[in-house]
Ligand binder design. Structure first.
Ligand SMILES: CSCCC(=O)C(=O)COP(=O)(O)O
Ligand SMILES: [Mg+2]
Length: 239
């Protein structure tokens, strides 16, 4: 089957889980309270606080935390970072907070060398590359803009985040294919190859009709899987 578009996950796929868990998440946790207090009247931050309060209310009706109760919402957001919740308002705030760290040179995004090399090659071969991550679009742009391998952002034609839906839901991939079709006339779901380290995400993408490839970075390739399983981007064959 031909591949006309590649859609890639970030954490565990192009880049190590450790960079996200041990560098980005702790940085967001230590700067969240200060950032939110300093910017709570900025419209984008205010919207995320309201969305956090709304999610809390949906999950625990009668919850005390209103959008005005900044301290309670900060505590909730810190709990969500610790639990690796992929909640959209948290992800938006993390993207805003990480910007300072990247720009100050506190860190640069980790890239597996095989990911950088093959993304560059596929781009040079004319295959449009897109990202789908739970990290916000802004966080993704910072990630690839400030990577250990330099500015990789020009390699990508676009980005999708949880605004397109959760990564383990087939409808999210149907939604993304519809958005891709506005840029690539006649594109079918089967023309898109999704790369991820999480089997449940690949299952959802496959249910939506995409081709899938499972990146298994720890060497434990399963004997049988519905997905092509590979140890690195060097073994992904889109052509
Ligand atoms: C975009 S960088 C930070 C990644 C992140 O916040 C995250 O939750 C990782 O999710 P992914 O979908 O890339 O596994
Ligand atoms: Mg991942």
């Amino acid at each position: 089957m031909t591949v006309k578009v590649i859609l890639t996950d970030i954490e565990g796929t192009t880049s190590s889980i450790a960079f996200v868990k041990d560098v980005l998440f702790p940085y967001a946790a230590s700067h969240l309270a200060g950032y939110v207090r300093a910017n709570r009247n900025a419209p984008l931050v205010q919207q995320q606080l309201q969305a956090t309060a709304q999610l809390l209310e949906e999950e625990s009706p009668g919850s005390e935390a209103t959008a005005a109760d900044t301290d309670a919402l900060i505590n909730t957001l810190l709990e969500w970072i610790a639990a690796d919740r992929k909640a959209t308002p948290l992800k938006v705030l993390q993207g805003l907070i990480w910007e300072t760290g990247y720009k100050n040179g506190d860190y640069a995004a980790h890239m597996y060398p095989d990911a950088t090399a093959n993304l560059r090659q596929w781009h040079a071969d004319g295959i449009p590359l897109y990202v789908y991550s739970s990290g916000s679009v802004k966080a993704q742009q910072l990630f690839f803009g400030y990577s250990q391998d330099g500015n990789l952002l020009p390699l990508f034609s676009g980005h999708f985040d949880t605004q397109s839906g959760a990564k383990q839901a087939a409808d999210s991939y149907r939604n993304i294919v519809q958005q891709l079709q506005t840029q690539h006339v006649g594109l079918l779901a089967a023309d898109v190859l999704f790369l991820s380290d999480i089997e449940a995400e690949l299952d959802a993408a496959r249910e939506a009709g995409l081709q899938t490839c499972w990146l298994i970075r720890d060497g434990k390739i399963p004997q049988a899987s519905a997905h092509t399983a590979v140890p690195s981007f060097d073994f992904v064959q889109p052509l």
